[in-house]
Design a protein around this ligand. Sequence first.
Ligand SMILES: C[S@@+](CC[C@H](N)C(=O)[O-])C[C@H]1O[C@@H](n2cnc3c(N)ncnc32)[C@H](O)[C@@H]1O
Length: 253
Amino acid sequence: MPDEGQPRDEGRVHGIDAEGIDTDEWNELMRHLEATIPVYDRVNSIVTLGQDSRWRRHVAKSAQPGMKVLEVGCGPGSFAEGLAEVELTCLDPSTAMLAVAKKRVEAARSSRSEPPASYVEATAESLPFEDDSFDRVFCLFSFRDFHDKKKGLKEMLRVLKPGGRLVICDAGKGRFPHGLLGRLWMATVVQLVARRVTKNPDHPWKWLAKTYVHFGTIPFYRKMMRDVGYENVRGRLLLPFLMAGKLTGTKPQ
Ligand SMILES: C[S@@+](CC[C@H](N)C(=O)[O-])C[C@H]1O[C@@H](n2cnc3c(N)ncnc32)[C@H](O)[C@@H]1O
């Protein structure tokens, strides 16, 4: 949890914006994220037209066997369970998410005869690891939820080994009109699907759409990554439907 009352940055507007989410809103967001657990994968698969598992497989290719890998914001383990042949650490601030992830990831790892992963309860903004610890840091569909995005990016850079790479994959937001289309999709299709699957008019995706509305564009985060010290920064929307975006950057040698 972020420190109560701690400002994200001097002179910020409070609430949610492209740079982060203030404490009260973040706590509220976490309650809604935890409420998605039972139907998380099902809703994601429908609203991304089945593309979410393709994106996860694509991103996983960035890790090679034997690497030390950290997933920040592992949620219920949807990405981590498919990360094979790596020394894996799953991190999330939610006890409930980590409990589900552990069950799921360990089942997958033992079916591949791999040793257990590590599970750490913490936030991206305060990573409990030594400098230069990981070859890869992955962040799938969690960067949008960070309390303080610049601080999270700096922490992930700190724990990467020199030459190591950060890979972020999240809901894609290009410049206008792409961002507008994304907002329309979130406000209509996603809401209808979530309502249908959860059978609850007060489903958590109502609140989650807020984080997309305030999420920055890919060019905005490319600049933020360069500003905090990443090299070889790249960012693009993923084909074929441009619904997700991928950002990558490396730690200088
Ligand atoms: C939508 S889930 C993503 C799950 C998974 N990575 C996937 O591939 O679908 C977002 C996760 O980000 C976590 N999260 C929210 N704020 C975070 C922060 N400041 N640092 C790290 N993780 C955070 C949430 O607890 C939640 O489990």
